[in-house]
Design a protein around this ligand. Structure first.
Ligand code: PLP
Length: 405
């Protein structure tokens, strides 16, 4: 549980959460109920469908087909087909297996500070040290400019160092199962949203393709407008072969998916008889459809981009007088503050934890992320507006000033 004194919640509405002791909190953790807590449209869609029919996927239900078609239609052209599941882990598990199936190779790569889920296969990716192998999975250092691999390099040199490491890691599979692909959260969320050396995504993806690997974008955190684009890969500027989606998809109802070309999905289905009891249900489709309706009708991509940009700008302004805020970065409504010992890039893990508690005391709920767990993670619902940002910024300014006293 989060916090020294866990929060016991009673209800939520929109961007607000209400605790049993009567305290009202602004939700800056979110990620799952993305179109707001107790969203009336999503709740009504779930209730209506539940009162009509909810069955497993061994019968045809038009709403499931409509939902999947609409969902893949929000992606780039190469994403044509999807398989629904119930958790992000199930989606990433299918994606890794699909990569191995379509390439006939075994070697998979992730970053060394990642998390993509907790099954026996996907869990191998979790914080996998560079230079080790777990089940045919190896890692590369998280590309980043704030704590570079080596001091004194230019941005271009740093980028090249990371690309060389990727090349070498791919090559390490040459006589050892071959290379199947890479899985990346498209905004490196669990890695702490690091700014990457310019051009890294582009060139890394080109190397992976050149070496016959497939590119898997994990959109479980990055997707559904979070980054100010519908998909995190649009924000980072690359085109994946396989996409994993989850968390915000059903606003809290368990819905996830892996999506790819017809060819890849068919190859996966032909080899693995994937069945998931609670997935592809009319109930999932109803919730998923209502979330897409909310994102579209409320123009949430544009709103996230606009509110996110001013939030990021304001947090950066605050940073100028507060050296513990080592780096402020992010995309859309996902901002990270890298909390450090002043004048250094040394992570201040205890300081970040104290900030999370201090902000809770000011009615703000947020979390921590990153390789060292020192990055304050500001990730409110997509329906967070400028007025809510003002409230948060006041609280943040107070807590940051106290931390620097
Ligand atoms: C980027 C990413 N991928 C996948 C997952 C796994 O999702 P789930 O917890 O629904 O299995 C998570 C969960 O935190 C995640 O952050």
């Amino acid at each position: 549980m989060f916090y020294d004194e866990p929060v016991q919640l009673r209800s939520g509405d929109g961007v607000w959460l209400h605790a049993v002791d009567g305290t009202r909190y602004l939700d800056l953790y979110n990620n799952v109920p993305c179109v707001g807590h107790a969203n009336p449209r999503v709740a009504a869609a779930i209730a209506e469908q539940a009162s009509k029919l909810n069955v497993h996927s061994r019968y045809v239900h038009e709403s499931v087909v409509d939902y999947v078609e609409r969902l893949v239609g929000t992606h780039h052209e190469g994403i044509e087909s999807a398989i629904l599941a119930c958790s992000g882990t199930e989606a990433t598990e299918m994606a890794l297996t699909m990569a191995r199936t379509v390439t006939g190779k075994r070697g998979l790569i992730g970053t060394n500070a990642t998390y993509h889920g907790n099954s026996s296969l996907v869990g191998q990716l979790t914080r996998l040290p560079v230079g080790t192998d777990r089940d045919g999975i190896r890692s590369i250092h998280t590309p980043q400019v704030f704590r570079p691999l080596e001091a004194g390099l230019s941005d271009a040199e740093l980028c090249q160092r990371h690309l060389d490491e990727l090349e070498a890691t791919i090559a390490s599979f040459d006589d050892d199962g071959g290379f199947a692909g890479i899985m990346l959260c498209s905004i490196l969320a669990n890695e702490g949203l690091p700014a990457v050396p310019a051009g890294w995504f582009d060139q890394a993806i080109a190397i992976v393709r050149d070496r016959g690997g497939v590119v898997i974008a994990d959109e479980v955190q990055a997707g559904f407008a979070r980054s100010g684009n519908m998909w995190g890969y649009d924000t980072s500027g690359f085109v994946p072969d396989i996409v994993c989606m989850g968390k915000p998809m059903g606003n809290g109802l368990p819905v996830s998916a892996v999506a790819s070309s017809h060819e890849n999905v068919s190859a996966f289905r032909a080899k693995h008889r994937y069945f998931n009891t609670f997935a592809s249900s009319p109930l999932q489709a109803a919730a998923g459809m209502a979330v897409l309706d909310e994102i579209e009708d409320r123009d949430l991509v544009a709103s996230v981009a606009s509110v996110g940009q001013s939030l990021l700008g304001a947090v950066r302004e605050l940073q100028t007088d507060h050296p513990k805020m080592g780096d402020v970065r992010g995309h859309g409504l996902f901002v990270g503050i890298d909390w450090v010992r002043p004048g250094t890039t040394e992570p201040d893990v205890a300081g970040a934890a104290a900030m999370v508690e201090a902000l809770k005391a000011r009615g703000m709920l947020l979390g921590k992320a990153g390789e060292h767990g020192n990055v304050l993670k500001i990730r409110p619902p997509l329906v967070f507006e400028h007025e809510h940002a003002e409230l948060f910024l006041d609280a943040l300014a107070g807590a940051v000033a106290d931390a620097h006293d």
